[in-house]
Ligand binder design. Structure first.
Ligand SMILES: *Cc1c(COP(=O)(O)O)cnc(C)c1O
Length: 444
């Protein structure tokens, strides 16, 4: 194996080293720590200079490879697991810059670099690393940034997979987490322990679409010397850029809005090069790299991210406004509705809304099931962020592992429905919903 040969030149490196101050285990990637040159942003291909470009332009152009061999306009798919080695590549292991060379696709591939550069540009970050799923990105990031015995203060309204990771995996490694109300900043501060290394929050919670004040979280993280990791899946960099507010690493399930077409599972971690290098080094061990063809699909999906997010947000707000007027609807949650508890905050830190709308209808879960069954355009499936509208009920999907009482304590009442608005004409969706409401309420 290429990588084994290359690493064997480092036989004398410690096998059980202490973790360095940066939190990286020297047995993992000693050569990364031996890097003596200054870390640049990247890794970098021959791509456009992106200085001063807006999100719309970055989404299209950032990271696209100028392939001088063919002059092709889009980034080619580098469907190769391995790359010819020369002295420089061998040296890159010994001298700690293997992430900046092509060696083997788990380590790096031009298709990964291209999409990583686009994602980093959109988040305003130095570096990004893509993963085979959002959970791979989240799990690897947490393991990279926590030391043995480390502690996380996290939101008590997390994505189920993340909650399970904190609950089931951290204790196996002597790590732990305390879950707190994401909008209770005094409780967040109070939960910080001497061994707390990470604050972990989602920009917009699921399903009630609460907004966390990234400015306050960034301020707490800076003052207490803790890293802030933010899952921005529901917002995307078009809606808000957490690094600007003091987040250290942003993670996404790229499966959702970033790719946007419900045809790919992927994840990403974005941030300062030094931190992303550490996350990358642990990705090598856990193995969740992204295949080149999937990178190509994600890069292609991202080209329309800026216009898609604005269309999602417009459609969602139009549907939410319709629902708010409907006599069969009890409550509607969308951050751009003035009735939303975090509306003012959303307007301050977000460029537009998100594509999700959550609402509670009369008649409980039974009526909600019938409403969803009778809809034709918005189809019943879990997940979110695709161009097509999807509709689901938390009680029998994302939150089915909780009892009705636990759900009620979280604010998820009977009749709660989650819509991921696609980019269809909002009037078509509203007509579809109206027709379905008429059917179920005439049955009663
Ligand atoms: C879907 C999702 C994830 C997990 O992503 P996968 O790509 O399914 O692994 C994590 N966080 C949030 C907020 C999500 O919606």
């Amino acid at each position: 194996m290429v990588s084994t040969n290359a690493l064997s030149s480092n036989r004398d490196m410690p096998i059980r080293g202490d973790r360095g101050a940066a939190g990286i285990d020297s047995k993992v990637a000693g050569w990364l720590e031996s890097m003596d040159r200054k870390r640049q942003s990247g890794p970098h291909l021959d791509t456009l200079d992106i200085e001063g470009l807006s999100d719309e332009t970055l989404a299209v152009h950032a990271g696209s490879v100028n392939d001088s061999a063919t002059g092709c306009v889009g980034t080619p798919i580098y469907q190769s697991t391995t790359f010819l080695l020369n002295d420089d590549q061998y040296r890159s292991f010994a001298q700690g810059y293997a992430r900046d060379r092509f060696i083997y696709t788990r380590y790096g591939n031009p298709s990964q670099w291209s999409v990583q550069e686009k994602l980093a540009a959109l988040e305003g970050a130095e570096s990004a690393v893509v993963f085979s799923s959002g959970m791979a990105a989240i799990a690897t990031t947490l393991m990279a940034l926590l030391d043995p015995g480390g502690h996380v203060v996290a939101s008590n309204e997390l994505y189920g997979g993340t909650y399970n990771f904190l609950n089931m995996e951290l204790p196996n490694t002597g790590m732990s987490a305390t879950l707190v109300d994401p909008r209770n900043y005094a409780a967040i501060e109070a939960a910080i322990q001497p061994n707390t290394q990470i604050l972990y929050f989602e920009t917009i919670t699921n399903p009630l679409l609460k907004i966390v004040d990234l400015r306050r979280l960034g301020e707490i993280a800076a003052r207490r010397g803790i890293r802030l990791v933010v899952d921005a899946t529901f917002s995307t960099p078009i809606v808000t850029k957490p690094l600007r507010f003091g987040a250290h690493v942003v993670v996404h399930s790229a499966t959702k809005y970033l790719n946007g077409h419900s045809d790919l599972v992927a994840g990403v971690a974005v941030g300062e090069r030094k931190l992303v290098d550490q996350i990358w080094a642990r990705m090598l061990n856990f193995g969740g790299c992204l295949d080149p063809h999937a990178c190509f699909m994600l890069e292609r999906g991202l080209k329309t991210l800026a216009i898609r997010m604005q269309a999602h947000a417009r459609t969602a707000l139009a549907v939410a406004s319709y629902l708010e007027m409907h006599p069969g609807v009890r409550r509607v949650y969308h951050p751009m509705l003035p009735s939303h508890a975090d509306h003012d905050l959303a307007k301050e830190i977000m460029r537009c809304g998100t594509g999700n709308v959550t609402f509670e209808i009369e008649g409980g879960d039974e009526a909600a099931l019938r409403l969803v069954d009778n809809m034709k355009l918005a189809r019943s499936a879990t997940s979110l962020g695709g161009v097509e509208s999807l509709i689901s009920l938390p009680f029998n999907s994302s939150h089915s592992s909780f009892t009705a009482k636990q759900r009620a304590e979280m604010g998820i009442m009977p009749g709660c429905i989650r819509l991921s608005a696609g980019i269809e004409d909002p009037q078509d969706l509203i007509r579809d919903m109206d027709r379905s409401f008429n059917i179920i309420f005439s049955e009663r």
